[in-house]
Design a protein around this ligand. Structure first.
Ligand SMILES: [Cu+2]
Length: 285
């Protein structure tokens, strides 16, 4: 009897917590409403199963409790009940999987007019690269990485010369334009995650991963690394600013291209800088 009451209160408490909880999804800032829908459908199918099964358990504890004049009846097989259970469980699982598979298919099917932005991850910071006027990112490889070329862009690839490099943790994006996010890791597994975009993807050393999205409202959002990537994992945060095309163009024009950076490095090689200004280099990588 007491256990039945506790179970019923647990169900009631869970429903009330869901209704009055302050911890709910942040307002969406991208086109991925289908990802929210897949989560909400999963949540409600699980809720129906949770409430139904627990109330059934409480009901059987009450109805079939030991009392004088009632004798247990042993029934090992019930084909009708098993068919019902198989049918409803199968429908529930299909209902949870299908919306996610549809959303995933859309998520990795990039529209032809999408602009390209590359996000690179390393312990424990983000960097970003835009393809420049030619619209094509230059090839990159770990072998090309050096203090003068932190993105590892192939210096002999003509497509790389006009690539625009952002070596801070702040990314800007134009509002309402589809973007293909191309992701590359320089060291270990990282994960690019902006909760308001509902978008998330692993950065895997050795391969290039991607997804696409369209920012649907202006604002400043946090970029998180959602993959435990070492002791500094919690510090691996960035910012994405979604703004008008004009503001974005002005910001992009201020950034340096790979060609400009090479020219600057030739004028003042890192070795000379190190000799001229030794103090700040000590203790740094
Ligand atoms: Cu990370």
């Amino acid at each position: 009897m007491r256990v039945a009451i506790v179970i019923a209160l647990l169900v009631l408490g869970s429903i009330l917590f869901h209704i009055f909880s302050p911890w709910w999804m942040t307002p969406i800032a991208s086109n991925w409403g289908s990802i929210d829908n897949a989560l909400i459908i999963t949540l409600y199918i699980c809720a129906v199963a949770f409430v139904g099964l627990n109330l059934f358990l409480a009901m059987t504890l009450l109805k079939y409790r030991a009392r004088p004049g009632h004798k247990a009846h042993y029934e090992p097989e019930n084909v009708k009940l098993e068919k019902q259970l198989t049918l409803w469980t199968g429908l529930g699982i299909a209902g949870m999987l299908a919306p996610g598979l549809i959303a995933w298919n859309e998520y990795v099917t990039v529209p032809d007019d999408a602009a390209v932005i590359e996000a690179t991850g390393q312990q424990w910071q983000w960097g970003f690269r835009f393809p420049g006027p030619d619209g094509v990112l230059g090839t990159a490889a770990v072998a090309h990485m050096s203090p003068d070329n932190s993105f590892g862009i192939n210096p002999r690839d003509p497509y790389g010369r006009d690539d625009i490099l952002v070596e801070t943790n702040e990314l800007h994006m134009p509002l309402g334009k589809p973007v293909k996010m191309v992701l590359r890791s320089k060291d270990v597994l990282h994960d690019f995650y902006v909760p308001q975009f509902r978008a998330k993807m692993d950065l895997v050393p050795g391969i290039v991963t991607y997804f696409w999205m369209t920012p649907t409202r202006t604002g400043t959002f946090e970029i998180l690394c959602a993959e435990l990537c070492g002791v500094g994992h919690h510090q691996m945060r960035g910012t994405v600013v979604v703004e008008s095309q004009a503001a974005f163009d002005a910001w992009l024009a201020e950034q340096m291209t790979f060609g400009q950076m090479l020219a600057q490095n030739e004028a003042t090689p890192t070795t000379q800088l190190a000799q001229a200004d030794v103090k700040p280099m000590i203790g740094e990588r």
